[in-house]
Design a protein around this ligand. Structure first.
Ligand SMILES: C[S@@+](CC[C@H](N)C(=O)[O-])C[C@H]1O[C@@H](n2cnc3c(N)ncnc32)[C@H](O)[C@@H]1O
Length: 480
C-alpha cells in the first residue's frame, strides 16, 4: 500500500528522533537483549530508533511503508511497533498491521500507542474512532488497559503492560515468565573473575545474594571454566566456608518470599506448566520449599489475602516502611522491597494491569477498595518538601487508569515528613526527621488542612516566620 490511498497524512506523523524512543528504551532495559540480537522496527518512520539500536550493538533493521519501503521485513527476536497503530484510521488495516508485526516476532512484540490523557495536546475533530488533526493526520488514542486488551484479543496471548501505553506480547510462556521473574528479582550479575580464587569469590557473592548455591547452568562460561577442576562438593564446601551465614540466611528468606510473589503473580495471569518457569525460580522452589505443590498453595493463599481488607490494612499498619494513612499506604520506591510480601504483590498486580510509569518516586496503595497510584516527585531527594509533578492511577476493580499532570499548576501538592515514606534505616532518614521535628516545634503542622499545597505551605511558613535552607528550617529573613 502506498500513501496516496490513505485518507490521512500518515507520513507526516513520523518525527526525527535523537536517541531512543521511550518504548525502545524500555524494551532495552526490560528484555533479554544481547549484542547481536535481531530487532525489527516495524513502521520505523525516519529510522531514529533503528540507528540508536545499531549503535548499541543490536542487529537492528527497520521497515516503513513511506520512509523505508525497501527495508528488511524479516522475522526478528524482538519486533517494535512504536506509535504506529494510532496513526492508522482504518480499524481493519490497524488489526492487520498488528498481526503482521506479531507474525514477524520470534520472542516478543513491543506495541506502543499514544494514550487518551494526551487528548488535550491534540487539536482536531472526531473521525471514525479517533481524531483527525489540523495537519490531516489521524490519532487513535487508547486507554492504558484498552491497549493491552486490544493486543491480547488480536494476538490471542496474555500480554503485560510494561508502562502506560507500552505492551509486551510474548511468543511463549517461557519468555513472559522470564520477564516476570526479572521484574521481581533483577539479575544480580556476576563479578568478573580472572582466576580460581576470584571465581570462588564470585560464587560466594551469588550465594550471599540469592541464599543458595548456583547451579552450573546459571554460571557464566568463564567462571565454569575457571572452576572446572573442582568437584561440586568441594566447590560447595569452599564457598560455604567463605560466605557470611547471616547474609545467606537473610537472602534465603527474601528469595523464598520472592518465589511466592512470582508464583502468585503467575496465578494472577493463569499459571503455566512448571517447565515454563525460568530455571533460577525452579531452583529457588527446590531450595526453599518442600515441593512445587506446597509453594503454589502458599502463593495461592497469598493472592487470596490480597482480597481481604482487614488483612491488607493490618499488613499496611505493621509495615516497617511507608506512611500509613486512613485510606492508603504510601511508600518510596527505594523502600518498596521492604514492605510485606502481600503488599508487594498488590503493587506488582497493579503494575502488570496498567504498566508502572517510568518516572515515579512514591507509590500509594489504597486499603479501602483496591487501587494504586504512582506519584512522581522529581526532586524528592533534594527538595525538603517535594512537589508533585504527575500521578498515574489505576483502579484494580475496573482496571481504569488515569493520569494527572501538575506541570502547569502554580499550586502543586507537596509532601511533608519525608522520612515516613522510607524505611527506618535509610541513610537520609535522620536528616529528614530532624527537619520534621523542627517544623513541628515551629508550629508549622498546627493546621494540616492548610499545608497540602504550595501556596498554603508558603503562607504557614510566613505566619510562623520561618524559611527553609535546604533541609534546615531557619528564622525568616526575607519579607513574605
Ligand atoms: C508516528 S510514526 C512512528 C514512527 C516510528 N515508529 C517512531 O516512533 O519514530 C507512525 C509511522 O507508522 C507508519 N505506518 C503507517 N501505516 C503503517 C502500516 N500499515 N504498517 C506499518 N507502518 C505504518 C508511518 O509511515 C509512520 O512512519
Amino acid at each position: 500500500m502506498t500513501q496516496q490511498f490513505w485518507s490521512s497524512r500518515r507520513h507526516h506523523t513520523a518525527i526525527s528522533r535523537v536517541g531512543l524512543s521511550l518504548p525502545a528504551r524500555r524494551a532495552v532495559g526490560d528484555l533479554p537483549l544481547e549484542r547481536g540480537t535481531r530487532v525489527l522496527d516495524y513502521g520505523c518512520g525516519r529510522g531514529g530508533d533503528v540507528r540508536a539500536l545499531q549503535h548499541l550493538g543490536f542487529d537492528a533493521t527497520g521497515w516503513d511503508p513511506v520512509h523505508f519501503p525497501k527495508g528488511v521485513r524479516e522475522p526478528a527476536e524482538i519486533v517494535l511497533l512504536t506509535y504506529v497503530l494510532n496513526v492508522i484510521e482504518d480499524p481493519t488495516e490497524r488489526r492487520e498491521t498488528l498481526l503482521r508485526a506479531w507474525d514477524l516476532a520470534k520472542t516478543v512484540l513491543v506495541v506502543s500507542a499514544r494514550l487518551r490523557w494526551e487528548r488535550n495536546q491534540i487539536k482536531g475533530t472526531e473521525y471514525s474512532d479517533g481524531i483527525l488533526t489540523q495537519r490531516r493526520t489521524f490519532q487513535r488514542l487508547y486507554a492504558a488497559g484498552e491497549l493491552r486488551d486490544y493486543v491480547e484479543e488480536t494476538t490471542r496471548v496474555r500480554c503485560v503492560s510494561a508502562a502506560p501505553g507500552i505492551v509486551y506480547a510474548f511468543k511463549d510462556d517461557e519468555a513472559r515468565l522470564g520477564y516476570l521473574a526479572r521484574q521481581i528479582t533483577p539479575d544480580g550479575g556476576w563479578l568478573a573473575s580472572k582466576n580460581t580464587a576470584s571465581a570462588i569469590t564470585s560464587v560466594v557473592a551469588h550465594l550471599e545474594q540469592r541464599g543458595r548455591m548456583p547451579r552450573l547452568e546459571e554460571m557464566p562460561q568463564p567462571i565454569i571454566s575457571l572452576l572446572s577442576h573442582l568437584r561440586p562438593a568441594e566447590l560447595k564446601r569452599l564457598v560455604e566456608q567463605e560466605a557470611d551465614p547471616v547474609k545467606v540466611e537473610r537472602s534465603a528468606d527474601r528469595a523464598a518470599l520472592d518465589t511466592l510473589l512470582f508464583l502468585a503473580l503467575e496465578l494472577f495471569y493463569g499459571r503455566g506448566p512448571v517447565s515454563s518457569i525460568p530455571l533460577p525460580v525452579q531452583l529457588d522452589i527446590r531450595a526453599f520449599f518442600p515441593s512445587y505443590t506446597e509453594a503454589c498453595q502458599r502463593a495461592d493463599r497469598l493472592l487470596l489475602k490480597l482480597r481481604d481488607d482487614a488483612y491488607v490494612r493490618r499488613a499496611m499498619n505493621g509495615s516497617t516502611a511507608g506512611k500509613f494513612t486512613a485510606t492508603a499506604l504510601y511508600v518510596h520506591r527505594r523502600a518498596l522491597h521492604r514492605i510485606p510480601t502481600v503488599l508487594r504483590l498488590y503493587e506488582q498486580c497493579a503494575s502488570i494491569a496498567a504498566g508502572r510509569p517510568g518516572e515515579w518516586s512514591v507509590v500509594k496503595l489504597r486499603h479501602q477498595g483496591r487501587g494504586a497510584s504512582w506519584l512522581d516527585y522529581p526532586d524528592f531527594d533534594t527538595d525538603p518538601h517535594p512537589r508533585l509533578a504527575a500521578s498515574y492511577a489505576v483502579d484494580l476493580k475496573t482496571l481504569k487508569s488515569s493520569f494527572t499532570s501538575y506541570a502547569n499548576s502554580t499550586n502543586r501538592p507537596l509532601l511533608h515528613r519525608k522520612h515516613e515514606f522510607l524505611a527506618d534505616d535509610d541513610p537520609d532518614v535522620p536528616k529528614y526527621r530532624r527537619l520534621t521535628e523542627a517544623e513541628v516545634r515551629a508550629g508549622l503542622y498546627k493546621s494540616p488542612h492548610l499545608i497540602g499545597t504550595e501556596e498554603g505551605w508558603e503562607r504557614e511558613l510566613v505566619r510562623c516566620e520561618r524559611e527553609l535552607r535546604g533541609h534546615r528550617l531557619v528564622r525568616r529573613t526575607t519579607s513574605g
